[in-house]
Design a protein around this ligand. Structure first.
Ligand SMILES: [Zn+2]
Length: 68
């Protein structure tokens, strides 16, 4: 599994469906075949980055990410 943002392989598992990228400090949440990306704000809240990563054009790319 690589980070969709920075391509780092330094991904830590923080929950049954949650991962954290130590390269760019974003949180990845996996729901079945759907992956969501969140940025962790300074106050601990999560803001979705899905609009940046999962537009129609990029959807095909991310279908190739295989979760280990
Ligand atoms: Zn990253």
């Amino acid at each position: 599994m690589k980070c969709p943002n920075c391509s780092s392989k330094d991904i830590g598992k923080i929950g049954s469906h949650q991962y954290y990228c130590w390269g760019c400090f974003i949180e990845l949440t996996v729901n079945g075949d759907k992956m969501s990306v969140y940025q962790v704000e300074e106050d601990g809240t999560l803001s979705s980055l899905d609009d940046l990563f999962f537009g129609d054009e990029s959807m095909q790319d991310f279908s190739q990410i295989h979760l280990s």
